[in-house]
Ligand binder design. Sequence first.
Ligand SMILES: Cc1cc2nc3c(=O)[nH]c(=O)nc-3n(C[C@H](O)[C@H](O)[C@H](O)COP(=O)(O)OP(=O)(O)OC[C@H]3O[C@@H](n4cnc5c(N)ncnc54)[C@H](O)[C@@H]3O)c2cc1C
Ligand SMILES: NC(=O)c1ccc[n+]([C@@H]2O[C@H](COP(=O)([O-])OP(=O)(O)OC[C@H]3O[C@@H](n4cnc5c(N)ncnc54)[C@H](OP(=O)(O)O)[C@@H]3O)[C@@H](O)[C@H]2O)c1
Length: 249
Amino acid sequence: MTAWVEGRVVRLRRWTNELYSLQMHADIGPFRAGQFTRLALEIDGGMVARPYSFVNGPDNPLLEFYFIRVADGPLTAQLIELKPGDPLFIAPRSAGFFVLDEVPAADVLWMLSTGTAIGPFLSILSTAQVWRQFRRSVLVHAVRYAPELTYRDEIDALLGAHPEQLQYIPFVSREQTGYAIQGRVTTAIENGMLESRAGLALDAGSSQVMICGNPDMVADTQQALEARGMKKNRRREPGQITTEQYWKT
Ligand SMILES: Cc1cc2nc3c(=O)[nH]c(=O)nc-3n(C[C@H](O)[C@H](O)[C@H](O)COP(=O)(O)OP(=O)(O)OC[C@H]3O[C@@H](n4cnc5c(N)ncnc54)[C@H](O)[C@@H]3O)c2cc1C
Ligand SMILES: NC(=O)c1ccc[n+]([C@@H]2O[C@H](COP(=O)([O-])OP(=O)(O)OC[C@H]3O[C@@H](n4cnc5c(N)ncnc54)[C@H](OP(=O)(O)O)[C@@H]3O)[C@@H](O)[C@H]2O)c1
């Protein structure tokens, strides 16, 4: 049985009809950038809990989570109704191995996300560790439609603070934008477009790749990288690919 910590909602930001960021205060233990916690609400007499990645950095006491309202999703249907001051339960301790301590140092860190999975990368990019561990970092955000390219102000601030080290490459698959790569990350790895846009090689000698989000994208991207001679990163056998899936197929 989890002993829940009762936190308080500070703000619910609505980006689109489906995408929201929730800020809250709660007295929880420390976490590492890239980790997740569990949020819970009492629904119909029982606790409904789901994992969510931190968007804020570990030093920021204003906790933030970025989520999509999924059709018929029991928890997200209630999360979008929250108002400032409302109670929200959170696990006292955080979990997960999608953290920089599990990723070997390399020349380039590629951070590949779909949808809400940009969250843990924003947390990672708020730390000093990422700039020490990698000479260059590439943040890829892959979405279906342009309005889903969220957190642009925060990303612009990071780009301004680290112009030599950070690149941001948006992908929009279902409409033309003129600035994002149109299509899927997998295709852009296979045809070399991702490398040419970044001006960096994506290979086992130079790169570490963290992939987060849609499980099909994670699996297919891993396959495309394995075709380039890259391997899953394991504690006993370090490789180049570190993954986290947000749901099961
Ligand atoms: C380690 C981990 C971290 C997670 N972090 C986040 C996060 O930061 N933000 C977030 O929105 N979700 C995150 N999730 C998913 C989250 O836990 C819930 O599944 C989701 O919010 C839906 O909850 P629900 O109760 O409304 O519906 P559920 O019954 O839990 O989910 C219903 C269906 O919704 C779809 N779905 C679930 N999550 C997403 C998503 N993020 N994007 C697109 N489709 C989705 C899947 O098809 C899933 O089967 C994470 C999951 C894991 C395992
Ligand atoms: N009904 C369905 O079949 C279905 C499938 C997936 C998700 N969903 C739901 O749709 C909602 C939206 O989720 P989301 O906004 O995070 O979008 P998403 O479906 O996860 O898509 C985000 C991006 O990932 C791409 N992508 C999807 N599968 C991929 C793969 N195998 N390889 C490479 N890239 C891939 C998408 O391209 P494309 O536009 O080309 O797909 C899109 O650019 C969620 O509620 C989810 O559960 C429904």
